[in-house]
Design a protein around this ligand. Structure first.
Ligand code: DSN
Length: 429
């Protein structure tokens, strides 16, 4: 009786696979897995439990996942050069909760980036932080809206008894002032937590300042944005073992029971891909973002933060109020096979949340499929034709995207072949 429903679900999955492989995806919080990292999901591990740590589980039959989890732990620690890593949170928000639940208590004052200043929902009243305290204040921003006003922040910290500072955000163009604020936090006993969800891959690829090295107490992140792994979360720190025990309990049993083993297996593969190619990838991501920002600016779009070189990350923010607002523009682009999201821009009133002034663009996924500077200029040209000249470019966008089907920076056989050919060509030149 329900078989037709099953067929419909299967059809939708097929349609999604087909459709999204030929759209230009510019959503800043997504990425694609290599074929090898994707193919290990759906194995027997997706049925299994492994609470606890490798070698100290609450279940039998975990020998294989024990080796895999030990490897992920070891190799991610090596990649980030940190003392502790927690890989069990099943998402960035769960990683945040594992940490926030340990440090934030009723009545504590927490300082975060505002929503329109780019702060993530889990840092706010309706998200994880709001479960533990009502006292949430926002960082003051400089006039451009993309930088924290350091002097004014220190002023606040000297007057208000802040317990926890959360840096890092979702609309993220420039590094946060960790170096400047960490010593103040240390002196005042403030716990400095850095949410690196968006830029984890740029940190691993050494293309962005490492917050732990700059003095952050803890780093939380998701593993599937600029870090091109499966959808999970991590916590990193160099703290003392005795303090880390608290984070360990925050991850399990504090914020999850089982930790979805098949996505961990996949993350192991992406970790090795990052160890092999991370720096090359991160470098190309930032180059691409800068080129696309400049090309959009030259095409007449109001690209934010021009005076600061537009961006130092994978993201670009564009004010599209004159084109009908973020919602309208994102819909037009989607109908033309270009996918991204509307976004509040700094100082947008919250009431504008359903049609904010901006769109947010991320180039990390298109970089992963092999696009470089030339392709970024082509994407800017599509934007102009579609949003300024009012042309339908959906078919052209599809035809263009069809040419980029190999997942670069991976151990997939087609990429290895391409990589070896390119290397041989470079040597022969
Ligand atoms: N809300 C997501 C983003 O797009 O930035 C992160 O969880």
């Amino acid at each position: 009786m329900y078989e037709k429903n099953v067929e419909r679900i299967e059809q939708l999955v097929q349609e999604q696979n087909q459709w999204r492989s030929i759209t230009i995806n510019l959503i800043a919080s997504e990425n694609v897995l290599s074929r090898r990292a994707r193919s290990v999901m759906g194995s027997d591990f997706c049925h299994r439990y492994a609470e606890g740590h490798p070698g100290e589980r609450y279940y039998q039959g975990t020998e294989k996942i024990d080796e895999i989890e030990t490897r992920v732990n070891q190799h991610l620690k090596a990649l980030f050069g940190c003392r502790h890593i927690e890989v069990r949170p099943i998402s960035g928000t769960v990683a945040n909760d594992a940490v926030f639940s340990r440090y934030i208590h009723h009545g504590d004052v927490v300082i975060v980036n505002s929503t329109s200043g780019g702060g993530h929902i889990s840092h706010h009243r309706l998200g994880s932080v709001g479960k533990y305290t009502e006292n949430i204040i926002n960082f003051p921003l400089t006039k451009d809206g993309y930088h924290i006003d350091i002097k004014e922040t220190i002023n606040i910290l000297e007057k208000v008894p802040v317990k926890v500072m959360i840096l890092g955000k979702s609309l993220y163009l420039f590094p946060d002032p960790v170096k400047e604020l960490a010593p103040v936090c240390k002196e005042l006993g403030i716990v400095l937590i850095y949410d690196a969800a968006h830029i984890l891959g740029l940190i691993a690829g050494k293309r962005f300042p490492d917050p732990l090295k700059q003095g952050a107490h803890l780093v939380t992140a998701s593993t599937h944005k600029t870090f091109f792994g499966s959808q999970r979360g991590v916590v990193l720190s160099n703290m003392k073992d005795s303090e880390w025990a608290m984070i360990d309990k925050g991850a399990f049993p504090g914020s999850s029971s089982n930790h979805h083993l098949d996505t961990l297996v996949s993350l192991a593969i992406s970790t090795y891909e990052f160890l092999e190619y991370g720096e090359e990838y991160a470098d190309q991501v930032v180059k691409n973002a800068k080129v696309l920002a400049q090309a959009l600016d030259e095409a007449g779009f109001k690209v934010e933060a021009r005076e600061f070189g537009y961006t130092e990350t994978h993201q670009i923010a564009v004010n599209v109020m004159e084109l009908g607002g973020g919602d309208e523009v994102a819909r037009i682009l989607k109908d033309n096979n270009i996918i991204l999201n509307m976004n509040l821009l700094p100082f947008d009133p919250l009431e504008r949340v359903s049609n904010p002034s901006g769109i947010r663009i991320g180039v990390q996924e298109m970089t992963r499929v092999g696009m470089k500077e030339k392709e970024m200029k082509q994407i800017a040209a599509f934007f102009k034709r579609c949003l300024v000249l009012g042309e339908y470019i959906g078919e052209d966008a599809k035809e263009f995207r069809k040419q980029y089907q190999i997942i670069h920076f991976s151990f997939d056989s087609d990429y290895l072949e391409l990589r070896d050919k390119e290397r041989a060509l470079a040597v022969s030149k």
